[in-house]
Ligand binder design. Structure first.
Ligand code: CA2
Length: 148
């Protein structure tokens, strides 16, 4: 089973400290711990990271794409602005599932556009921390299917 990269963009390090009505009360460390539990139980390895810098996300996506390893990506606000992340996914042929805690379509109109969605394998949003778990299930199911 390949390593599953779970990449988090700007401000996600603040989760659990502010705006619980929008993002829930889980911290990013809570989400990581839950995903590690699920991955361990299924014999999978995860690499969980966060950065406030667009270039870090670009580099990590390029590396995952080159290694043929799947990515679960919450690019935070870069979702709505970053052609660089769009190009990285496309250029590296990275297998990416876009996730969001909140239902961005029920929020401000500037959050309705995603530069990631057109180059993602799928998008899961609006379920809080569960969005990440659902994305992990999708990646695990996909890996299982490729094995059989
Ligand atoms: O819903 C999501 O997962 C988002 O990717 C979260 C981003 C937002 O810019 C996207 O539109 C949707 C924001 C990251 C978290 O920002 C916080 C700011 C203050 C307190 C807690 C979190």
């Amino acid at each position: 089973m390949p390593v599953i990269h779970i990449l988090n963009g700007p401000n996600l390090n603040l989760l659990g400290t502010r705006e619980p009505a929008t993002y829930g009360s889980c911290t990013l460390a809570d989400i990581e711990a839950r995903l590690r539990e699920i991955a361990d139980a299924r014999g999978a390895t995860i690499d969980f990271r966060q950065s406030n810098h667009e270039g870090d996300l670009v580099t990590w996506i390029q590396e995952a794409g080159a290694a043929g390893e799947p990515v679960i990506l919450n690019a935070g606000a870069y979702t709505h602005t970053s052609i660089a992340i769009h190009d990285a996914i496309r250029g590296a042929k990275a297998h990416v599932i876009e996730v969001h805690l909140s239902n961005v379509h029920a929020r401000e109109s500037f959050r309705h556009q995603s530069f990631i969605a057109p180059v993602a394998a799928g998008v899961i949003l609006g379920f809080g921390a569960l969005s990440y778990e659902l994305a992990l299930e999708a990646v695990l199911a996909d890996a299982q299917q490729k094995k059989s």
